[in-house]
Design a protein around this ligand. Sequence first.
Ligand SMILES: *Cc1c(COP(=O)(O)O)cnc(C)c1O
Length: 484
Amino acid sequence: MLDNGGMNPEEFRAAGHELIDWIADYRLRVGSLPVRSSVQPSDVRSALPELPPEASEPVRALLDDLDSIVVPGLTHAQHPRNFAWFPSNASLSSVLGDIAASGIGALGITWQSAPALTEVEQVVCDWLRRLTGLSEAWHGTITDGASTACLVALLVARERASDGSQRRGGLQAERAPLVAYCSEQAHSSVTKAALLAGYGADNLRYVPAPAPDRAMEPHELDSLMSADERSGRRPAVVVATAGTTGTAGFDPLRAVNEVARAHGAFVHVDAAMAGSAMLLAEHRHLFDGIEEADSLCWNPHKWMGSVLETSLFYVKDPPELVRVLATDPSYLRSSVDGSVVQFRDWGLPLGRRFRALKLWFQLRLDGPEAIRARLRRDLENAARLAALVKAEADWQVLAPVQLQTVCTRHVPLGLAGDDLDAHTLSWCEAINRSGLAHLTPAILDGHWMVRVSIGAEATEWADVEALWELMKTTAGETATGSTS
Ligand SMILES: *Cc1c(COP(=O)(O)O)cnc(C)c1O
């Protein structure tokens, strides 16, 4: 122990080895655990004491509690039969980068406070820019998530459209209300960002995105923007989605950008989930027109497999970003200001972790080739599943399968409306309750469907095939009332 009672480096070494072993063992056995946690609210809290023990405990005691209290309290995102929400992969190579970042404990508040932190971040953002086929016009930074990136984009758009209103009376002094647009399929974080950035719910337009593609209709966007101009409002920003949450649909980025530009609006592209597909040259056509946008975001912490809070935010015009977000207190100044990037001026927080190491480790230890191969595996598994579903008379695929998400519904003869909804929720819940696989139900066109989001790192075709058998049996039994 250190004189101050803290862990010394030798103790850290020993405990760290135990922890790494524990993590490796967890990953080895995760596939044998129930996917969805069956704990009830407060079970975890009540298993833990009201105060930590006063005296130091051995690391073994913590690892035991991880096993007996924490693991049962988890729905396992790394499970090969996890098909819920989106792939939230945490590749072990990236885990090592995360541990390195914590171990180094750098303080990222200015370039000078940790020059390598800033510059490795620039390097990995550039690496991924090139690997995804984006041009040199883009300058990237790492944020915690797509929600934050969208908020920042909407703040910058607000300031562009109001000619820097924050330096005057803010939006409260603006005469023409600023309007934000997104498709009706956009993620809830876009609504949240528009509200937080002060646009107001009355100035947020949801552009129709009809079936089957559920892509934003550019002519509808155009008419909404024109109508707003006629009524004295100012179209300020369009958030286009590449890879929607419901069906992994794509807004037509080129057409949306053209319309937005004609009305002088900023364009942010939310590619949080699907951005990983830009790593595959054969899928870049889905993102055609992305180069015309002002900012974009995608999350390597989803399908690509970096540990969470690794979201890439790229802008065309960093000085514009800095004008909106910069502060310049005396204690943060240094002699190199002006010649270096200060990432604190590119986002909301001042202090940042060495997040870039999660990407740096993953890209170097796994390598882009293996990452691309895994993404292609998932795309092929999704296509194979979709073909099996379509081949069954009483099953439907509800949206084009452009990536790794398959939207399904089991439609037994004679079932419709509320009864069909009840059936859908019932077989999905039966699967989730079984712990054998995990799926997310969601509402599409007013009715429940089940999303199969393929792409957990451990998921192989055998897992998808087993899921499909489970879906057929469970939905069949639910329809005939053999289970409740
Ligand atoms: C996941 C997702 C988000 C939210 O991302 P966070 O990083 O969790 O904030 C936003 N938009 C889309 C399309 C997403 O898939």
